[in-house]
Ligand binder design. Structure first.
Ligand code: ACO
Length: 431
């Protein structure tokens, strides 16, 4: 952040207060209100943090108007087209694209941490078989704190590094085990001769009774989904991870908090909700009815997979995924999939409707990801877990950045209190 020597003047209660202004490398200037309460005795009010920068960061930048998403400066469409997930993980974690030797060493380290402590099997077996995989994953990630005592000390940079690699390496194993458990099938152990995405597909779809060959086209599509979801600056789950870690909590506990936050239908749960909505619509002729419902103020229904807090023009991830959906479905020979037809027509009708145009509502990343995942054979309950797997590197990168920041202090928002003022306790017989 650059000190611009600019400042804003706030006039309040007959007094003036100077607020420093900082300029970022991209995006709007930022007013520094850190001393506001001490100097002026007032708080700022911003539920939902629509105008509040909670930290400084060098990892990811979003220009919601241009529809641009950059990781360490690199546009997401270039990364999705030319790079792959583990290289993007390296970029997010360490700030630059790796050399060939650095990438090989990093991939080797991640690959050698893919197995879970065997005792964790019993943790999985304690869940009901009909549990949502996100419930199991939230528990399993938090439980890692009980198994990996040598990577809990957040003041030790080496332990932070080991915890980071462990999380990225073990998340596919945890997510696939949660899936296998709900199916009632045996767990499939990781195979270190496979790449990250192929290993995950095998752990999800192989059974011990027969050989499983990973389809390279599906593996590439899976890797692209991981890449597109890798990080998204200070969204709800990432902010949850940062807030949890501001207390000094261990990395596994913090990531478990992020997984829990991601589960909600306004965030990572939207891809599941979106596919369910597309199935409910079912046929193209019913689209106007659902668009009318989404526009009706008295109906809580919203078009799932539409709208975004930051993107107000286009979500660049949705553009890549729309193309991927076409490719994957064609390769699988299901290009006439009725759900894809409904999705495409719904997008067409909604974006040409003045309601959606005025409110700047466009398809977001969740609109097409569910269609691809379903074509690959995943049930809707696995959509959010796959998002959690992909986003783990983003959470970890933001967590590492925060811990290393000397400005790091416990997060403690204030409030606009509207409750009762002091009143005396009344004994029960007198109420
Ligand atoms: N369908 C219909 N109307 C909508 C939709 C939608 N999907 N999204 C927003 N609106 C309307 C709201 O009713 C509101 O109208 P009003 O101004 O007349 O009251 C206006 O647009 C602004 O909506 P907010 O909820 O204030 O916008 P916010 O930025 O807080 O919400 C959000 C963004 C949560 C993503 C919202 O658009 C939404 O609920 N979308 C559907 C769920 C979804 O797809 N979530 C995935 C987000 S991406 C991700 O997490 C990876």
């Amino acid at each position: 952040m650059t000190d611009t020597k600019k400042s804003a003047t706030l006039s309040f209660d007959g007094k003036s207060f100077e607020l420093p202004i900082y300029s970022p490398t991209a995006g709007p200037d930022v007013l520094d209100i850190r001393k506001l309460y001490a100097q002026a005795g007032v708080f700022t009010y911003d539920p939902g943090f629509t105008s509040t920068a909670s930290c400084d960061s060098t990892i990811t930048y979003i220009d919601g108007i241009k529809g641009e998403l950059l990781h360490r400066g690199y546009p997401i469409d270039q990364l999705a087209g030319k790079s792959h997930y583990l290289e993007v993980c390296y970029l997010l974690l360490y700030g630059n694209l790796p050399s060939a030797a650095e990438l090989e060493e990093f991939e080797d380290r991640v690959t050698r941490h893919t197995m879970l402590h065997e005792q964790m099997m019993y943790l999985f077996r304690g869940f009901r078989r009909d549990a949502h995989p996100m419930a199991i994953i939230t528990g399993a990630v938090g439980a890692m704190s009980a198994f990996y005592h040598d990577s809990l000390d957040i003041t030790d940079p080496w332990q932070r590094e080991v915890a980071s690699v462990r999380m990225i390496a073990k998340m596919p194993t945890i997510v696939s085990m949660a899936y296998k458990y709900t199916l009632g099938q045996p767990f499939v152990y990781p195979r270190n001769d496979l790449d990250y995405a192929s290993n995950f597909l095998r752990m999800c779809f192989a059974v011990p009774a027969e050989e499983y060959e990973v389809n390279p086209i599906l593996s590439r599509a899976m890797d692209r989904i991981f890449t597109l979801h890798a990080d998204h600056e200070q969204n709800a789950s990432t902010s949850t991870v940062r807030l949890a870690s501001s207390s000094g909590a261990n990395p596994f506990a913090c990531i478990a908090a992020g997984v829990a936050c991601l589960w909600g239908p306004s965030h990572g749960g939207a891809n599941q909700a979106c596919l369910e909505m597309l199935k409910e619509i079912g046929t193209v002729d019913r689209i106007p009815e659902f668009i009318a419902r989404a526009k009706d103020k008295d109906d809580p229904f919203r078009l799932m997979g539409f709208g975004h807090r930051v993107y107000k023009n286009t979500d660049p991830r949705a553009t890549v995924l729309k193309q991927s959906a076409d490719e994957v479905l064609e390769l699988l020979g299901v290009e006439n999939n009725p759900i894809l037809q409904v999705a495409k027509e719904l997008e067409k009708q909604a974006i040409s409707d003045p309601y959606f145009a005025e409110k700047k509502l466009f398809p977001n990343v969740d609109f097409y990801s569910g269609i691809i995942l379903e074509a690959m054979g995943f049930p809707t309950s696995m959509f959010t877990p796959i998002f959690a797997l992909s986003r783990t590197v983003g959470w970890i990168s933001q967590w590492k950045e925060m811990i290393a920041d000397p400005q790091n202090k416990i997060g403690r928002p204030r409030q606009l209190y509207l409750g009762e003022t002091t009143r005396d306790y009344v004994d029960i017989e007198d109420r």
